[in-house]
Design a protein around this ligand. Structure first.
Ligand code: HEM
Length: 375
């Protein structure tokens, strides 16, 4: 009896030590994984988008071999790539590492978006009061741009408007700027493509001499088949959204017979698809706008979005595709008509930087030389 009481006393006395031991073990385990994930986020540079080795335990040897070539997976879609599934939840709980940086970054983006909305609302109030004092007609000012059209609707919450602004910035601005940067870089080493674009602009101007120095209008932009082909071909090699990731809603079978299960996380890489011989033929690595043109008429010939998934395919395809082409053609035509664009540093291909969009590390330094006579 005495022995039994002593054992129970022993256990009770050692409970705090057991608890301490337990806490130390759990903390060490957490620390180990935090360190592991931090180590994996270091020293990461360019690697073909979508082809970077994922840092799962089973890939450790591959990781050790390629660690200097990996993209900074912690700053883009890092949450999907932890060695321990959902480990980011713990980091978020403690507000450490990449999750702390993410929280700060989100706050910065939200503040910027809110500033844009408040200034748009202020602008609207000012123009509303000036129009009501200067005119007897008490009409609400016309919504002249896309954001104004959302702001005029009083039912939209600030959060809704904030998400609209972020959507415009992310979906609309970063994509087109990425596309144009790679386009101008490719053009810098292909004078014959530039000459063809200039010829096209010249013939459009010749058909509509009255437009003179004005920016090209919508109809004229539609007539630019060669420019459309040159930009499309550039996005084949450098797609602004290089990797797209989705979750399966239900069990399915892919066209090639691969079975996928509900909840599976899937990615496809437009970057890799754009460079596959099986998809584009033996000249897949070449920049050839002509592959997008009808041989006889020179008219632009689009491809199936499932072959060219740069704007995604199916029901969730990019809603801004046409708008993106108008923007890009308008900017490219206007710049090329007035300036020769010289890339400042031509040594080798620029380094790729992957975030949600495919960026060029350090941007593209260029020199603009005004053309002696416009095209
Ligand atoms: C070169 C320019 C652009 C490219 C390459 C591009 C590409 C894409 C891609 C790949 C997606 C699908 C993303 C996914 O679900 O995985 C997408 C969606 C979307 N894009 Fe674009 N985009 C471009 C420009 C624009 C512009 C200018 C706008 C509008 C301002 C826009 C608005 C959207 C919207 C609203 C969606 C979501 C559609 C939905 O989920 O139903 N995009 N885009």
């Amino acid at each position: 009896m005495l022995t039994c009481t002593a054992v129970i006393m022993d256990i009770l006395l050692s409970l705090p030590s057991l608890l301490l031991l337990f806490v130390i073990s759990i903390s060490s385990l957490l620390l180990f994984f935090v360190l592991l994930s931090q180590i994996w986020s270091k020293d990461l540079s360019s690697y073909p988008p979508g082809l970077e080795p994922y840092p799962f335990i089973g890939h450790l040897p591959q990781f050790l071999k390629n660690r200097h070539r990996m993209v900074d997976w912690q700053t883009d879609s890092g949450r999907f790539r932890y060695a321990v599934h959902r480990f980011w939840v713990i980091k978020k709980l403690f507000g450490v590492g990449s999750e702390r940086r993410l929280r700060e970054a989100i706050a910065t983006v939200h503040n910027t978006a809110m500033q844009i909305i408040r200034s748009k609302k202020k602008e609207r109030r000012a123009s509303s009061s000036s129009s009501s004092s200067s005119s007897s007609s008490s009409s609400v000012p016309q919504a002249e741009d896309l954001l104004s059209r959302f702001v005029v609707n009083e039912d939209h919450s600030e959060e809704f408007l904030r998400d609209i602004v972020i959507n415009f910035m992310l979906a609309g601005k970063d994509t087109t700027s990425s596309a144009l940067t790679w386009f101008f870089w490719l053009l810098s080493s292909r004078p014959e493509v530039e000459a063809n674009i200039l010829d096209e602009l010249r013939s459009i101007r010749a058909r509509n001499p009255t437009t003179g120095a004005a920016a090209f209008d919508f109809e004229e932009l539609r007539e630019m088949h060669y420019l459309q082909a040159a930009i499309t071909e550039s996005m084949r090699l450098y797609p602004p959204v290089p990797v797209s990731s989705l979750t399966c809603l239900s069990d399915d079978v892919l066209p090639d017979g691969t079975a996928v299960k509900r909840g599976w996380f899937m990615s496809y890489t437009s970057y890799a698809m754009g460079r596959m011989e099986a998809v584009w033929g033996a000249d897949c690595e070449e920049y050839k706008p002509e592959r997008w043109l009808e041989a006889e008429t020179g008219a632009f010939r689009p491809e199936s979005p499932f072959k060219y998934p740069v704007f995604h395919g199916g029901p969730r395809m990019c809603l801004g595709k046409e708008m993106a082409y108008i923007q890009m053609k308008s900017i490219a035509a206007c710049v090329l008509e007035n300036f020769a664009v010289d890339v400042a540093e031509k040594a080798g291909a620029p380094e790729k930087m992957i975030s949600l969009t495919l960026r060029m590390k350090g941007g593209l330094p260029v020199l603009f030389r005004p053309r002696e006579s416009r095209v």
